[in-house]
Design a protein around this ligand. Sequence first.
Ligand SMILES: [Zn+2]
Length: 194
Amino acid sequence: MQDAYYSPWAVQTAVDLANTLRPIKGEDALETVEQLRDFLDDHPAAEPPSPAANQGAGPRHLTRADLAEVRALRETVRAVLERANADAVEAAALINDGLRRSRATPVLRHEDDRWWTEVTSDTDRCSAHLAATTLSALASVIATLGPARLGVCAGPTCRATFVDLSRNGSKQYCTRTCAHRASVAAYRSRRSPR
Ligand SMILES: [Zn+2]
């Protein structure tokens, strides 16, 4: 079977999940069940796709167990994003272990004359579906573009993670804001050498 191409939304979900923790600032945007609900609302594709079970069921009921599981997954996703460039074998082991434990399963979908594949979990655990979605997306990026596309922002006070889907693959900073801040700092240090 051919490797599925990465889905940009799934890649972004992985990066956004990792970046709910800001290690240098010590900020954590995933400390409560409400914050998990907000994260899933902002990333609807991260929800289990079981329309028959969920239709009309209203908002999904999330518990502290879901929160703990998603926080554990976040550690794995962040470790993959941080280490893939330096140690792709270890990152691959983390991905494979996470996919196995989430019982990740590829499925073929069809809507409006369009066919596509995605990887989901055959359990109804929110964390397992999120693991299948995010880890398979990172696996696809590594398989198609290489492990060096996963990285950590070079901004000295940032450490946010990113995935570089650009054509030339030369991304060093998580955002333009960080790149701009770094170039201003470099300019200032050239002007006033100490
Ligand atoms: Zn940054």
